[in-house]
Design a protein around this ligand. Structure first.
Ligand code: TRP
Length: 459
């Protein structure tokens, strides 16, 4: 069970897949993905997204997995061991994770707010789903309840990190499959709502004129976010793997599961948007306001809704813990800080920025409260944080990771690790090497630069 450095290892391949998939499947799939697919033109966006996952996503994940298992270290330590000059790449990832967590914990809190809403006051939620969503965010005054739930979510994340993740990993072996099945069921129900065919048409109609730099950059950032790539989380996870585990099949399975969940969510929410007419702009309310229309149309919808938000909360917390673990283990292992103290300090800062995030969401949803910069509507602590992480820092992290593997550490070393030094097959080893060396850095680099040069519109 332990390696030379006394680090624990995953007890089984399944344990690893569930943990990596637990990190990957989260708010990104269910809260973010449908909104982006909707804003970026439906079908054409889906195709771009799938291509990006298949080519860039899998290769970046493999790159991170091989770095992690080779060194058995956290992201910074791992890269330092392979080449000391590059350890800052891991550090950049820690910063990115920190920014993501600020808003991630708030949205996790929204899911908890909705669990309570469905239990105690479902009539109000259903009477006017949009008003309920905006009310949560402070349209009628200070959003105290949402902020308290954000705090509870953050507290739970920190609590789990300080007490070990074994418990939630066990729970996720049961709850993640339930989420998977529930999503399929809800997707079928949403697609059969009267008026849903228009939404289905929207998702299946491929019109490449909707694809511009913004859409491609959005798809790229979304893929990294959804697959938990670009900030070393998968390096850290793979560092707990033993040399018997097959990185090739693990990569394929985690990428496939994560993408299926995103697609299910997309084909559940977008048809519902068309069927119910509840389209919450870009405030990210798709997983909240719109779905009321689906639950209302189901017998036992109150219970199903509650179950859905509970599973969403659970999916979110298996992701938030993966990010916080990265931040904390970096500060503890690399900076010699004390673990409990670090957790408290990090959480306080996270919460303060998170409060600003939720507060600016309220303004984003009230027309007239946007600040417009070059035609892009932003609120500093609102979508600005998401832009910074999804459109700049995650792609940058992935760019640097692939550049590092392709040109510094070397694709042969990475492939040796991927095959467990010849133990398992890697049929796509040659394409992988080519992609990591050329396609990934060039494509990701070009897209980041294009995004900066041509500017971006909202999505
Ligand atoms: N992938 C998670 C989601 O889709 C979020 C997440 C967890 C993440 N760990 C990450 C995003 C690391 C980027 C990097 O909700």
């Amino acid at each position: 069970m332990s390696t030379t450095e006394n680090r624990a290892e995953f007890g089984s391949t399944l344990g690893f897949i569930l943990s990596a998939a637990g990190s990957a499947v989260g708010l990104g799939n269910i809260w973010k993905f449908p909104g982006k697919a909707y804003a970026c033109g439906g079908g054409a966006f889906l195709i771009i997204y799938l291509i990006i996952v298949a080519v860039v996503g899998t290769s970046v994940m493999m790159a991170e997995f091989t770095i992690g298992r080779k060194t058995h270290k956290n992201a910074v330590g791992a890269i330092r061991e392979l080449n000391a000059k590059w350890s800052w790449v891991g550090g950049l990832g820690i910063l990115t994770g920190f920014i993501i967590l600020c808003y991630y914990c708030q949205v996790g809190g929204w899911a908890m707010y909705y669990i309570v809403g469905y239990i105690t006051d479902v009539q109000t939620v259903w009477a006017d789903p949009m008003a309920y969503f905006l009310g949560m965010l402070g349209a009628n005054g200070f959003p105290l309840a949402a902020l308290i739930w954000g705090l509870v979510f953050l507290f739970l994340t920190a609590f789990i990190i300080s007490h070990g993740t074994a418990g939630i990993e066990k729970m996720s072996t049961i709850l993640m499959p339930i989420l998977f099945i529930l999503l399929i069921g809800l997707m079928i129900r949403a697609c059969t709502l009267p008026g849903a065919d228009e939404g289905l048409g929207y998702m299946l109609h491929v019109d490449f004129s909707t694809i511009n730099t913004t859409a491609i950059l959005t798809a790229l950032g979304q893929a990294f976010f959804s697959l938990s790539l670009g900030m070393g989380v998968m390096i850290t996870y793979a560092s707990y793997l033993s040399s018997d585990d097959n990185l090739v099949s693990n990569t394929a399975i985690v990428c496939t599961l994560d993408t299926l969940v995103a697609l299910f969510a997309g084909f559940m929410i977008i048809p519902a948007v068309f069927a119910t007419g509840i389209a919450p702009g870009m405030g990210g309310g798709f997983a909240f306001a719109t779905l009321a229309g689906v639950f209302m149309a189901i017998p036992g919808g109150q219970f199903v809704g509650m179950l859905f938000y509970f599973l969403l909360f659970f999916a979110a917390i298996t992701s938030s813990t993966s990010i916080l673990e990265g931040t904390v283990s970096f500060l503890v292992e690399e900076k010699g800080m004390e673990r409990k103290k670090t957790l408290v300090m990090v959480s306080i800062v996270l919460y303060i920025v998170g409060v600003l995030y939720t507060l600016s969401q309220a303004y984003m949803n009230i027309p007239g409260y946007w600040i417009s910069i070059n035609g892009i509507e932003v609120t500093i602590f609102g979508n600005m944080l998401e832009y910074l992480t999804d459109r700049l820092l995650l792609p940058l992290g992935a760019f640097l990771t692939t550049f590092f593997v392709g040109w510094i550490w070397g694709t042969n070393n990475s492939i040796d690790e991927a095959t467990g030094y010849g133990r398992n097959k890697f049929a796509l080893a040659k394409p992988y090497a080519f992609i990591v060396k050329y396609i990934d850095p060039i494509a990701i680099g070009a897209i980041i630069i294009a995004g900066m040069v041509f500017g971006m519109s909202i999505s």
